[in-house]
Design a protein around this ligand. Structure first.
Ligand SMILES: *Cc1c(COP(=O)(O)O)cnc(C)c1O
Length: 373
């Protein structure tokens, strides 16, 4: 039942109102609309998936791409202070399941009198100082889409503190179309184009194609913004029932990888260790010669990715915007993400460790060879 999902989500995220939506992208657009943010600038972290700036653009606002903090991969409050003077809202993303300095962002938004939207598309179940993520923002947005923590391939939720905001979300959502089967293909095509541009143009030549990618994003409106499909209710209910099991399973896989990697002396990799209370979307490493390793692993059909490159470059030309986000750029160049969801088992993780230790040997071999030569 929808009502019982709404109640569960409000309880889980300590919010007052909940409305199920077609996906988190629609959720972000509805949240901005319901908060009355239009024709304004909206701060987002630059190390995120394209859906976040695309949602800002589709809501009739302009993203301001803020650098991230190397500690938690969330919005850098220092950079927000220095470049966010004229923003009308902040979207805080708990990227990679890592909890950022959300209490600091709450303080910032209170002090400046602007709304805070929490995006927990990949962090459902995480806590910051013992308090559930999704409970800090004026509005919180959840996803049940592909690759998320509760993955049913459709849907999301918008949770709000105030009744008036919730009512506005419901009213705006009522104007969206129902989800059509063709939409899935259009969204997949857009996401493939993002990957293709990444492979072919990132980072130095993206300015050649960013205008056309932005036009594609804007043209996606009728395919990416849609209402919730009630046929997913029972899948979401059982996902919510299993949430703590899912999170424990992910954490177990991560701690196994950490232990095995330490034993394998894969010294060329640095494990990203998120703050306490974080959950694991994927297992993240920073690696020198990342692209060599990535190509090798993809060739061998491992489940890996190198998300997220700084997203501004896909949508804007830096020579015009002057965006400067060195931490996000550096993370984007060195990060590699390994699946730790139900698609992978411990045998598979052993293969991952084997590949990583062979990579480390190759790197060491190359270094020694260089010295000897
Ligand atoms: C996936 C994702 C979204 C979009 O979620 P959908 O439900 O696929 O629209 C938004 N924000 C973040 C951080 C995401 O990872």
């Amino acid at each position: 039942m929808i009502e019982s999902i709404n109640r569960s989500l409000c309880r889980l995220h300590h919010q007052n109102h909940c409305h199920l939506v077609g996906n988190a992208t629609s959720g972000l657009v509805l949240a901005l609309g319901a908060l009355g943010v239009k024709g304004k600038k909206v701060a987002i972290p630059n190390g995120v998936c394209p859906n976040v700036p695309v949602a800002v653009l589709l809501s009739g606002n302009a993203p301001v791409y803020i650098d991230i903090s190397a500690n938690d991969l969330g919005l850098s409050i220092a950079d927000l202070r220095s470049r966010g003077a004229d923003v009308a809202a902040v979207i805080a993303v708990h990227a990679y399941g890592s909890v950022g300095n959300i209490a600091g962002l709450v303080d910032y938004c209170r002090a400046t009198g602007i709304p805070l939207i929490e995006d927990l598309a990949v962090a459902q179940g995480a806590k910051s100082n013992g308090r559930a993520v999704g409970s800090f923002g004026d509005v919180a947005v959840v996803s049940f889409g592909s690759g998320k923590i509760i993955d049913v391939g459709h849907g999301g939720a918008v949770l709000s503190r105030r009744r008036s905001v919730h009512d506005a979300v419901v009213a705006l959502d009522g104007k969206l179309d129902a989800c059509r089967p063709e939409s899935k293909d259009a969204v997949s095509k857009f996401s493939r184009r993002h990957t293709d541009l990444y492979n072919q143009y990132y980072p130095d030549r993206l300015h050649l194609v960013c205008d056309s990618f932005k036009a594609d994003a804007m043209a996606l409106r009728s395919n990416i913004l849609f209402r919730f499909d009630r046929s997913y209710v029972s899948a979401i209910e059982s996902g919510l029932d299993r949430l703590s099991v899912l999170l424990r399973d992910r954490a177990r896989k991560v701690s196994y990888l950490e232990k095995r990697l330490a034993a394998a002396r894969a010294s060329d990799v640095t494990i990203f260790r998120p703050n306490d209370g974080s959950i694991y979307w994927r297992f993240n490493l920073f690696v020198d010669e990342r692209d060599v390793l990535l190509r090798h692993l993809l060739h061998k059909r491992f489940r890996v990715s190198s998300w997220f490159p700084s997203v501004d470059m896909f949508l804007e030309d830096r020579s015009k915007t002057g965006v400067v986000t060195p931490v996000s750029d550096e993370i984007g160049a060195r990060i590699i993400n390994f699946w730790v969801n139900e698609d992978v088992d411990f045998d598979y993780l052993n293969q991952v460790v084997l590949e990583l230790s062979m990579h480390a040997q190759t790197v060491r071999g190359a270094t020694n060879g260089g010295r000897e030569g």
